[in-house]
Design a protein around this ligand. Structure first.
Ligand code: FAD
Length: 317
């Protein structure tokens, strides 16, 4: 008889779902439709096997992290589960280097004190002190880059970003959280076309995702659009141009929204430029990161252009 382990307690599950088993024991698991549609009862398995049916309808990035729907999970063997927000441990990290990527963006490289499991494009929380943290996306790849690589924009009046700009130096120690988030590349379907749209430091996760896809031998088109008000807002330009030179299926389009665009740059809004080039996104995978207004508009417009909601991954910040 399979057991469900939650919060250090073990419960006989019998023929019941994980949701029914836990709620019968007084554990509060948010739920609504109880039929695998609304996804309110999302949980994550930290040990044991998740039955396939319990992941039906979930985004592949969530399924890859062992998330499942408690209402449709009927375990065949013992399974240890947590609620989604649980289980992000903190760890120490030392600063390997700090450099300006442009006037307003800092590139921070960190050595975690123990190996960190993550996927390029996920984010960590970086702590200024015990109680103050901000999320930063991972531009690095576990398989290629040894230190973690973050891109931090200086937000006018921003507490943590300004503290990082003014104080951080190589050799400093700070605290970070484990990585989380569902904006990352899942191998498989190597021929699928992928559209990636970023503004500002929204490039950080997408730079990681593009390199992850290329490293995994992705064959479909990988089209990256990066938007900035002016030419000074771009960064990692040489690195991205080198990737274009090396990979026929990768393209990089920097878009300037205000004022004239020099040769090699597109004048206009990044979302318009992308949809102008690719008006039909049926069957495409889409990644959207950066300015919340852009990301929310892009979610709608890429969906109306044919991309399935399950294939649209977004981090607005
Ligand atoms: C999933 C996720 C991933 C993220 N990844 C990155 C990343 O890779 N790089 C990065 O630079 N940031 C990233 N962010 C944003 C980051 O977590 C902070 O919000 C940002 O650095 C501002 O923090 P702060 O302490 O400097 O500003 P705060 O002290 O929090 O804010 C100061 C003031 O600035 C305003 N403000 C806050 N954020 C912004 C903003 N983005 N634009 C304009 N005004 C703002 C606030 O409303 C407030 O008035 C991410 C956020 C999320 C949720």
């Amino acid at each position: 008889m399979a057991k469900v382990i939650y919060g250090g307690q073990s419960y006989e599950c019998g023929e019941h779902s994980v949701l029914d088993c836990l709620t019968a024991q007084g554990v509060v698991v948010p739920s609504s439709c109880r039929s695998g549609i609304c996804q309110t009862c999302l949980m994550r398995a930290v040990k044991g096997e998740v039955p396939e049916r319990a992941q039906e309808g979930l985004k592949p990035t969530l399924a890859a992290q062992n998330y499942f729907l408690a209402c449709s999970c009927f375990p065949q063997s013992d399974i240890e589960v947590v609620l989604p927000e649980a289980g992000l441990n903190r760890l120490a990290a030392s600063v390997a280097s700090v450099e300006y990527l442009n006037a307003d963006i800092l590139g921070i490289r960190l050595h975690p004190s123990r190996p960190l499991e993550y996927k390029a494009g996920q984010f960590i929380n970086l702590f200024k002190d015990k109680a103050t943290a901000r999320s930063y996306s991972l531009a690095s790849l576990p398989a290629l880059d040894e230190p973690l690589f973050l891109n931090v924009r200086k937000v006018p009046g921003g507490l943590v970003s300004n503290w990082l700009f003014e104080n951080l130096k190589a050799g400093d120690e700070l605290e970070i959280s484990e990585a989380t988030g569902d904006c990352f590349y899942v191998p498989g379907n190597a021929g699928q076309n992928i559209l990636l749209i970023a503004t500002g430091t929204g490039l950080a996760p997408l730079y990681g995702i593009v390199r992850d896809a290329l490293m995994n031998g992705h064959q479909g088109r990988l089209s990256l659009y990066h938007g900035s008000y002016d030419i000074g807002g771009f960064y990692l330009v040489d690195e991205l141009k080198e990737l274009v030179r090396l990979h026929d299926n990768f393209s990089y389009v920097p878009c300037v929204s205000e004022g004239a665009a020099p040769k090699g740059y597109v004048q206009g809004m990044v979302l318009d430029a992308a949809l102008n080039d690719y008006p039909d996104l049926s069957g495409w995978r889409v990644f959207l990161c950066g300015n919340p207004n852009m990301v929310h508009a892009a979610k709608k417009q890429t969906f109306f252009a044919g991309a399935s909601m399950r294939e649209i991954f977004a981090d607005p910040f």
